[in-house]
Design a binder for this molecule. Structure first.
Ligand SMILES: *Cc1c(COP(=O)(O)O)cnc(C)c1O
Length: 233
């Protein structure tokens, strides 16, 4: 890095450029669907990104982020939230039941409520002031290796969460199969949300967020589109 810190400002300029490009694409996709861009929240998925890589977005005023690992979020976000108190952090990766307490303290939204055991571990904490909003992850492709409630089992799972455990479900999220067109999966998730009177729809990533916006996404999850390519890990 140059002594004058020009490396940092390059990172910043890249963030500004990527953000502007995405904002324009969101506006266009929203217009096509007769929706308001303001009704679509961009979650900057900052997994694998350093605090230094995240800060330019915070300085641009961006406040909605997503991480997929509790441990990694714990290393980065308490520091960042000290400086940027109004951040909203979503968990978008699997949650082990032994990390529930930590996750409640760290995250504002848990998007990956995906099984009964986890619902039962969360429920005793539901009256805490810092209890996060919950989204149910739906395995729209019925993929055996993927987490999430299968569509045919969603009604029963929601009854368990809402009626038996007293948990409010604020949203649904999905990760469509990598080898299929995402559109039908997004349409299915939107239909399920409408059927069960659920408002938030977290769907669409860097490669397919415009499709997701057309099908009603309220939260799109963007990693590479905002930060550039990340190292696989
Ligand atoms: C990594 C990740 C994203 C972002 O993926 P990109 O293709 O980089 O936008 C979105 N959602 C989840 C659950 C992820 O793990």
């Amino acid at each position: 890095m140059a002594v004058d810190g020009s490396d940092m400002s390059d990172t910043s300029n890249m963030a500004v450029a990527r953000k502007a490009d995405i904002d324009a694409k969101i506006s266009a996709a929203a217009a096509m669907a007769a929706r308001e861009p303001a009704d679509i929240t961009v979650l900057a998925i900052s997994k694998t990104q350093s605090i230094e890589a995240i800060k330019p977005l915070l300085h641009l005023g961006h406040r909605q982020f997503g991480e997929n690992r509790v441990q990694e979020a714990k290393e980065k976000w308490p520091v960042l939230k000290d400086e940027f108190a109004d951040c909203c952090l979503h968990l978008v990766g699997p949650l082990q039941t032994n990390k529930v307490k930590e996750a409640i303290g760290l995250f504002d939204v848990i998007e990956t409520l995906d099984r009964e055991k986890l619902a039962r571990k969360l429920a005793p904490h539901k009256d805490q002031a810092d209890f996060p909003q919950l989204y149910v992850q739906v395995n729209t492709g019925n993929e055996p290796q993927k987490s999430g409630i299968h569509p045919a089992e969603l009604a029963a799972f929601l009854t368990l969460c809402r009626d038996e455990l007293g948990l409010s479900i604020a949203g649904l999220m999905c990760l469509p199969p990598a080898d299929q067109a995402a559109g039908p999966h997004f349409a299915l998730l939107a239909k399920l949300a409408a059927t069960h009177n659920i408002k938030a729809l977290s769907m669409g990533m860097s490669g397919d967020f415009e499709t997701a916006i057309g099908l009603g996404a309220t939260h799109i999850r963007l990693g590479t589109a905002l930060f550039g390519p990340r190292d696989n890990y």
